[in-house]
Design a protein around this ligand. Sequence first.
Ligand code: PMP
Length: 353
Amino acid sequence: MDINKLQRENIKNLKPYSTARDEYKGQASVFLDANENSYGSPLFNEEDAAQQNYNRYPDPLQLDLKDAISKIKGVPIENTFLGNGSDEAIDLLYRAFCEPGRDNVIILPPTYGMYEVSAGINNVETRKVNLLPNFQLDLEGIAEAIDVNTKLIFICSPNNPTGNSIIRTDIETILANFNGLVVIDEAYINYAKQKTFIQELTEYPNLVVLQTFSKAWGLAALRLGMAFASRSVIDVFNKVKPPYNINQATQDIALKALQNIEQVNEWIKITVADREQLSKDLAELEIVKKVYPSDANFVLVEVIDAKATYDVLVDQGIIIRDRSKVTLCEGCLRITIGTGKENEILLNALKKI
Ligand code: PMP
């Protein structure tokens, strides 16, 4: 795969913005280069000042944070991009690789909505190849939909909103045969039995793996997403991204959180066990027709009357997601696995319907 051919002509020719801090080498202690406020930030008490100052621009490449992520994931820093949520990486894929009005991408409904929204914003055609009724890939349909202008294929595994993992060998077939980028969105991978694809980066130069701090890591409000890919793809991301796309507070807090992986692993264990229990309990309810097996931190549930069930729960202050109008999800609700207490409240409310 030739990344030069894949990226848009204007991106190939782009001279990226050079930040003040990109332009010197060596040690420095007096920073009069970036028009910051050299006194500090107007924050609380002076003893904490060193920790709470945000008067300096953050590291554009987030090297300390990437180093900590690299130690956990085993992926080198140069193969890692950090975005303002994985949604930023999705948007950058379009902006860097898809020529508006000419190129197209393949998406596999029912799946995560931002692939299509981002395509719309960037005026890029989406070609939809529905998943099969078992929510697996329609490999023939995908092969037929691809043409010379197809730049990206989005595969969400475990998939949102269906919850299942996509069969690994099917993904490998696409990786081995498609000449554009194969984007595997692993937002929910921590809850899955299936292995991540990040170990396959050296095998497939066209692989982009998306992960996020918004799910298992419990940091959705920080907006921090990861993309792992070949160095040439990451270099394009870094060229196109806003210079300071990850703010200093996010970098500091994420670094702290990475030291507490035990807590995250504990929550994953509990959530997976609760998912299995909740799935069993839901399946026994009269209003439930089917609970789909899940590899994520939510379950897709087919009920007799999705709208009515949703409304009854809303009346009691319990919010789930009505997915009944979504392709292949007729009659379905998507329910996030909550705390033990929240799951109990949900079940009790459903039992009374
Ligand atoms: N991918 C999938 C499959 C998701 O479900 C979501 C969020 N619901 C995202 C990506 C977005 O993640 P982030 O918060 O990192 O932008």
